[in-house]
Design a protein. Structure first.
Length: 285
């Protein structure tokens, strides 16, 4: 991203948070940057396209911060707590912008913005699913993982609303540990339960059709995340080969299929394996 583009986005985020989207003009944005309108239109065709860029900039900033934790030597439980704590901190840091998005009724939710919001929700859900598998993959509750994820998302969203809209001081580390312990309680209950799950594989597959399809960049990022978590050298080598192959202008499908075969016995990598298979089936079609 070019420096001028970044400067316009940051000015837009600041003014949207202070004044609201509708009350902020392009002229005010460029004035705060010391630029001309012509410079603005070199990067953005409208204020609406700047809003989408602001969405992406905020999310990518949070994403980058969360990804930075993956280089640390943490257990799955420590990683989950750290990621959840950082998520709350980032949301609190940007809450004025989020409040503006929530309260202002005139914000244009065009298909591109709506699709990006669905993508954010899907990526967060996938991240939670990976964390749950890493922490509880040995508890023999495979058929309950989707329900566990949905309950976790509901708990987190309820506390996020509290962080954003209520003027309360919350210790985010303490809150993250508290949430994890409540998930422990749920897992204990699931290990003793004979009930049928609400969210089956078929239901989740149908729901996934509503989410934007991953891009090549999304897939490479997920492979790199998995590589940072990898403990076995053969899996790390497999992931390296996948990155190298997918980044090619013309990836060789047989090579990718061969590498994916090496992941079939890795429970925490099944979501990634399915994502890659789906992407290349779509490209092939």
């Amino acid at each position: 991203m070019k420096e001028k583009e970044k400067k316009i986005i940051e000015a837009g985020i600041s003014l949207f948070a202070k004044k609201g989207y509708s009350s902020t003009s392009i002229q005010e944005i460029v004035d705060s940057c010391g630029m001309s309108k012509g410079a603005f239109y070199l990067y953005f065709k409208s204020k609406e396209s700047l809003l989408l860029a602001a969405f992406k900039y905020q999310f990518q900033s949070i994403q980058f911060t969360l990804d930075s934790l993956l280089t640390k030597d943490l257990t799955p439980r420590e990683m989950f707590i750290a990621q959840l704590e950082m998520q709350f901190n980032q949301i609190h840091k940007n809450k004025d912008f989020i409040i503006m998005l929530t309260r202002e009724q005139t914000i244009p939710l065009n298909p591109e913005i709506e699709e990006f919001i669905r993508k954010i929700n899907h990526e967060m859900g996938s991240s939670y699913q990976t964390s749950l598998l890493n922490m509880y993959g040995d508890k023999k509750i495979d058929h309950y993982f989707y329900d566990l994820n949905m309950i976790l998302q509901g708990i987190v969203q309820a506390y996020i609303k509290l962080v954003i809209f209520d003027k309360v001081n919350i210790d985010f580390h303490k809150l993250s540990v508290f949430i994890l312990k409540r998930i422990d309680d749920l897992v204990t209950g699931f290990t003793q339960s004979t009930e049928e799950p609400i969210l089956t594989n078929d239901f989740v597959n149908k729901m996934s059709e509503l989410y934007p399809e991953p891009t090549k960049e999304d897939i490479i990022r997920q492979i790199k995340i998995a590589k940072n978590k990898g403990e076995h050298e053969d899996i790390i080598v497999t992931l390296d080969v996948l990155i190298e192959e997918i980044e090619m202008d013309a990836p060789r499908i047989p090579v990718i299929q061969g590498m994916l075969g090496n992941l079939k016995d890795e429970p925490t990598l099944q979501y990634l394996k399915t994502m890659i298979e789906t992407f290349f089936n779509r490209v092939k079609d």
